[in-house]
Write a protein that binds this ligand. Structure first.
Ligand SMILES: *Cc1c(COP(=O)(O)O)cnc(C)c1O
Length: 421
């Protein structure tokens, strides 16, 4: 840590010890970064990306070479038959909802096999809210298979549920829960079990926060369809908005029919001036994901040494970029978030406060000072003010700045008199 920041000497010492603990995990992350960096480069070469691809179209966007090239690059990276990468997806939820509405039909049964889906999908499915045009309102049936108490998939229950299902739905990341994130191998195991029972079942994965964390993606392990956000991992901190869907060609086409209209699908949709940033984003993504992973692992080691319970611990191989720290109380939680905010490149001077966020049953506090509003591939922290006062930390465009943010979160707790050093 440099002397640009006035950090308590004890925290500096702990940060050095933490980095010692991180040597092996950092080496694993670097190895993965190299693999995925070259995987992405090879996708550019294979698809002959040229300067012309970086320039967008206006109007209908017929024959937009850049759009088609970007879809092909994503398909190559994900080992998928096709992809739909669009700046007009307003968020990850929009991409996921487009995929669900794209492939499910009235009477179909969707089974979530990783417990309750990410909060924002509850209204899309129809678990929450009325008269919104949810899947359930359109006659799609929904069932849930919870994870076992150990946090692992319940394969027996999944096999049973797959028989009558049209779709098996998997969330790769922990989201904002304390369960472990699923590995691509776990996802492959679920897909195998489900397809043994029902070869026609569609295995769909919410891939948010998981992209490029491992060498393989779910589509390379038996998933038929994946979707995610470009202001998380695959946008590399450069894409200003957008989302993607990738997978089986026939399914991606149905999703494109849903996004635009039946018959037109992928053939339309101008790209304006967005292509360069989307190409550059996926190009940088392996290195940005590695920075976020190093920041998470450092935070795990650092807070563990300070006596906090962390999840996952620094030495566990990662399958998403999320780190949680159990702070122990509401004051600690708020101080942690204030410290993260103080280390943000944008809006470092504002003070995050808990608020009644729509859709949550307790107050929520969020720290984010990002170049792109809401981008959680940039260092950010979120927490509901409730037991066990866990905070979820994710992102970090570069490791030196991510590390500084983490240390500043502890410095803020110390300055508030909440952390004895
Ligand atoms: C971020 C996220 C989503 C989608 O959220 P958006 O904010 O709409 O992009 C869905 N599932 C998981 C697990 C996520 O982390």
């Amino acid at each position: 840590m440099t002397d640009f920041f006035d950090i308590h000497p004890r925290l500096l010492e702990v940060s050095r010890q933490a980095e010692d603990l991180c040597r092996d995990p950092f080496a694993r992350i670097a190895e993965n970064e190299e693999y995925n960096g070259q995987k992405v480069l090879s996708a550019f070469l294979k698809n002959g990306i040229s300067e012309a691809h970086l320039k967008g179209t206006t109007g209908y966007g017929y024959d937009d070479r850049g759009r088609e090239g970007l879809d092909a690059v994503y398909a190559s990276i994900f080992g998928a038959e096709d992809a739909l990468v669009r700046h007009t997806f307003v968020s990850g939820t929009h991409a996921l909802a487009t995929a669900l509405f794209g492939v499910l039909r009235p009477g179909d049964l969707m089974v979530s096999v990783t417990g309750s889906p990410y909060d924002t999908l509850e209204e899309t499915i129809g678990i929450r809210g009325k008269n919104t045009g949810s899947l359930m309102e359109w006659g799609v049936k929904y069932r849930q298979v919870d994870l076992l108490p150990s946090g692992t998939p319940d394969y027996a229950a999944i096999a049973e549920a797959a028989r009558g299902a049209r779709m098996i739905y998997i969330q790769r990341s922990r989201g904002y829960s304390l369960r472990p994130s699923l590995s691509v191998e776990d996802i492959g195991g679920i897909a195998k079990v489900a397809k043994e029972q029902n070869p026609n079942v569609i295995v769909m994965v919410d891939n948010c926060y998981g992209e490029l964390v491992e060498k393989r993606e779910p589509t390379q392990a038996g998933a038929d369809l994946i979707a995610g956000s470009l202001i998380k991992n695959p946008g590399g901190g450069i894409a200003p908005t957008g989302g993607y869907i990738a997978g089986r060609k026939d399914l991606v086409e149905l999703c494109a029919y849903r996004l635009t209209c039946p018959g037109m699908g992928k053939e339309v949709g101008c790209t304006l001036d967005t292509l360069r940033s989307l190409y550059q984003g996926i190009f940088f993504a392996p290195t940005v994901v590695a920075s976020a992973l190093k920041t998470a692992v450092f935070a795990a080691a650092f807070y563990h040494l300070l006596g906090f319970e962390v999840n996952p611990s620094h030495d566990v191989p990662r399958t998403d970029i999320i780190q949680s720290v159990l702070t122990g109380g509401p004051e600690m939680l708020c101080a942690f978030c204030r410290g993260i905010q103080k280390g943000a490149p944008v809006d470092s001077f504002v003070t995050p406060m808990p608020w009644d966020m729509p859709g949550y049953d307790s107050q929520v506090i969020m720290a984010a000072g990002a170049f792109t509003m809401g981008a959680s591939i940039e260092l950010s922290a979120d927490a509901p003010l409730r037991e066990p006062y866990a905070v979820w930390l994710q992102g970090g465009l570069t490791y030196p700045t991510g590390k500084a943010g983490v240390i500043l979160s502890a410095q803020e707790m110390a300055e508030a008199g909440l952390l004895k050093l």
